[in-house]
Design a protein around this ligand. Structure first.
Ligand SMILES: [Zn+2]
Length: 373
């Protein structure tokens, strides 16, 4: 029997919580689904296995009835700060690494989260590029600004994050400066200096190649969104197998590439990539805690079929509400325990090996990778 409840967690990929006045505008169910369609959230999101289970988990944490209305009442009584403190303490969350580029106007600043845990940050590359696009008079200025932001990053930035899967897909091509420049000029002609939602593949691919070069110099990890996520993108292009040209290019061999969300449903593909490319790391956030118990167990089992355990990292991908930090840690520990115990019974691992692997996945692998002390 393994005990994982006391292992402190480093949550290496999560998001800032919503400002309370914004959070109150969203139904509770909307934090438990990747759907953005109002009808789906209203009529169906409360019927997923994850949501039914989470209602009972939250009722135990808050010591109230297992009904959404009772949970909402208890959360209201506590207020956001006390609720967040409870979720972080019971989750034993030692550090978090925040991607704070998601809905920047709606979230609490990263400094607010420092009252509960130690906080590190990621630069969300496409969002940085969007911001610089509207300010930059020329392509040269745009690229110089982009590079200098990455090179002179503050010391609490421990990685870069790409959402290209959401925008133009993971089949990143070796775009030349000339092609990127003409894409930039075309967009400028259309957009002038208006805010831009960057979806242009040539420009995204080019800035990612630049970021990879900087990441190679400083060996800073680059996280890629892979697999399922918020509605409205081509899931086929979020298959991590598309990254092969980048993974095989000798210029980027020193960049730790962290592939998020167990690449669900391309989970076995991800395990394979981690088993053959030295620079590929594996994350299972969002798949845990958003799948059914059996789905979470299968996902982690599939990753462990091939992936070295020294390359697997815990995250919650928590966003919007603190509840997801708690539920991620609860199920991250439970599923890891179940899967490792099965490996002991199968004869894959000894008890001692399984105990060490649990600490590595929940904490040590992330501590080493992001050089967190
Ligand atoms: Zn995320």
């Amino acid at each position: 029997m393994l005990t994982l409840t006391d292992i402190p967690i480093i949550d290496h990929h999560a998001h800032n919580l919503l400002k309370p006045e914004i959070a109150s505008q969203y139904p509770y169910t909307s934090s438990f689904t990747e759907a953005r369609d109002e009808q789906l959230i209203k009529n169906h999101a409360h019927t997923t296995l994850c949501y039914r289970r989470s209602i009972r988990d939250m009722s135990k944490l808050l010591e109230c009835e297992a009904e959404e209305s009772s949970i909402l009442r208890e959360r209201e009584k506590l207020g956001l700060e006390k609720l967040t403190r409870l979720c972080f303490e019971r989750g034993k969350i030692e550090s978090i690494i925040l991607d704070d580029g998601f809905l920047p106007e709606q979230i609490l600043p990263y400094t607010w989260h420092q009252q509960f845990t130690s906080v590190y940050r990621l630069i969300r590359l496409e969002i940085l590029a969007e911001k610089l696009f509207s300010q930059a008079p020329s392509f040269e200025d745009f690229i110089n600004q982009f590079l200098s932001h990455l090179e002179s990053k503050p010391s609490d930035i421990v990685g870069f994050k790409s959402i290209s899967a959401y925008r133009s897909g993971l089949a990143i091509e070796f775009v030349s400066e000339r092609e990127a420049k003409s894409a930039f000029q075309l967009l400028k002609n259309i957009n002038q200096n208006q805010p831009l939602r960057l979806t242009n593949k040539a420009l995204i691919d080019f800035i990612l190649l630049q970021a990879l070069e900087i990441a190679a110099q400083s060996q800073i990890p680059l996280q890629f969104h892979t697999g399922f996520g918020t509605q409205g993108f081509d899931l086929f292009l979020a298959n991590p197998l598309h990254l092969r040209p980048i993974l095989e290019d000798s210029r980027y061999q020193d960049v730790p590439i962290v592939l998020l969300h167990g690449s669900y449903p391309y989970t076995r593909e991800l395990g394979y990539l981690a088993s053959v490319y030295p620079q590929v790391y594996v994350d299972f956030g969002l798949a845990i805690p958003f799948l059914s118990v059996s789905g979470m167990r299968q996902t982690l089992s599939m990753l462990l079929e091939l992936s070295p355990t020294s390359k697997i990292l815990y995250s919650s991908d928590a966003h919007f509400i603190p509840d997801l930090y708690y539920l991620g840690s609860l199920w991250g520990r439970k599923i890891l325990q179940q899967v490792l115990e099965a490996s002991i019974i199968d004869g894959d691992l000894t008890q001692g090996e399984a105990e060490k692997i649990a600490v590595d996945i929940l904490r040590e692998n992330a501590r080493k990778l992001y050089q967190i002390n």
